[in-house]
Design a protein around this ligand. Structure first.
Ligand code: FAD
Length: 318
């Protein structure tokens, strides 16, 4: 059976949820091999979790430098593995980093790139969700090793026991002239809330929220549901909420079980970041707002009345 490479996203010694989704998707095509790029000891810390998620092999690409450069170590390691292991496909998260690594990898290896897929079958035919989920397009790479980025939350992760046999691989020395060196890391201030792209529930606020202070209404509903908070670009540009929480074409892509949009009109650029959410609930005082076209449940009303009632109701049912 052919190998399928899965790039592992990890933070602080923990595997991110998307990795188990990628390993599940990889099993559709072949035998999943996890690729861990990081500082020495990283693969050892992640090995148990990767075995429980079905990784048959773990390529440990470790060096002191690997954690110091943005995306280039991953591209170098994956390119070398594509050449040496001839995998059936390479799967990566459709995260900011994952998409950049995938683009560079596809160019480097002369491969077809399938971006932001929501599913993949045994012949590496990928499904894409288009126009707010109205259409599903199927696509297949016709050259090289398919390089595929998978939207977080689109594949139901299924645990499976894997051998997770570790194989050390070399991390090529970074070309400092072409690589971006990380000069510092600052944790995103999301409090105790889950990370936006990994959360199973997201509550987002738009320009309709009206001010930074009023975003408390959004946060309270999010906290009652154990959700992450998101924002539209208009809300971010108006200074109501920080940029790292922006959902959409130029923000983050989310695909939670439940997405609640408060005071968001539903512009195509916003939908681009949330249209694959399993269930969409919209609260908007304009019955003609486009967000209702993709909402599973809609409330035509004032968010300042509806959201607090929802928050109270959730609290009562806990
Ligand atoms: P508006 O369109 O102003 O909508 C506000 C909504 O709130 C209205 O529907 C209104 O009826 C409702 N409302 C007002 N008060 C209340 C109330 N009290 N109760 C209930 N409802 C209320 N946008 C993104 O979100 N993400 C992106 O990544 C993104 N990228 C873009 C990239 C490009 C190249 C471009 C050109 C645009 C991009 N945009 C993006 C902007 C996008 O086109 C919209 O302008 C933006 O999404 C609108 O945000 P909004 O829905 O919050 O604001």
């Amino acid at each position: 059976m052919s190998e399928v490479l899965v790039l592992v996203e990890h933070v602080d010694g923990e595997v991110k949820k998307i990795t188990s989704e990628l390993l599940t998707a990889a099993r559709q095509i072949g035998e999943p091999s996890a690729v861990v790029v990081g500082e020495p000891g990283t693969a050892g810390k992640l090995g148990e979790a990767l075995a429980a998620q079905g990784a048959e092999k773990v390529y440990a690409a470790e060096s002191a430098e690997a954690g110091q450069f943005l995306v280039t170590p991953q591209v170098d390691v994956l390119s070398a593995l594509v050449a040496s292991a001839s995998p059936a496909a390479v799967l990566l998260p459709a995260s900011v980093d994952g998409k950049e690594i995938a683009g560079r990898l596809a160019v480097r290896t002369g491969s077809g790139l399938l971006s932001e897929v929501v599913g993949i079958d045994g012949s590496a035919v990928a499904s894409h969700s288009l126009f707010g989920g109205t259409y599903e397009a199927k696509a297949k790479a016709v050259s090289g090793t398919p390089v595929v980025t998978v939207l977080p939350g689109s594949v139901e992760p299924e645990p499976a026991a894997g051998a997770a046999a570790v194989e050390q691989v070399e991390v090529p020395a970074a070309d400092a002239g072409k690589s971006a060196k990380i000069t510092g890391r600052q944790p995103v201030e999301a409090g105790d809330r889950p990370e936006l792209t990994e959360a199973s529930v997201v509550v987002s606020g738009g320009r309709g929220v009206g001010s930074a202070e009023s975003f408390e209404v959004v946060e309270k509903l999010a906290d009652s549901l154990g959700a992450a908070v998101g924002a539209s670009r208009a809300a971010v540009d108006s200074g109501y909420y920080p940029h790292q929480f922006q959902v959409g074409q130029t923000g983050k892509t989310v695909s939670p079980q439940l997405y609640i949009a408060l005071g968001i009109s539903g512009a195509i650029q916003h939908r681009a970041g949330m249209q694959t959410s399993k269930t969409v609930v919209a609260v908007n005082k304009d019955a003609e707002a486009p967000i209702f076209e993709i909402a599973d449940f809609g409330v035509v009303g004032d968010l300042f009345q509806v959201a607090p009632q929802l928050t109270d109701e959730v609290a009562k049912r806990k």
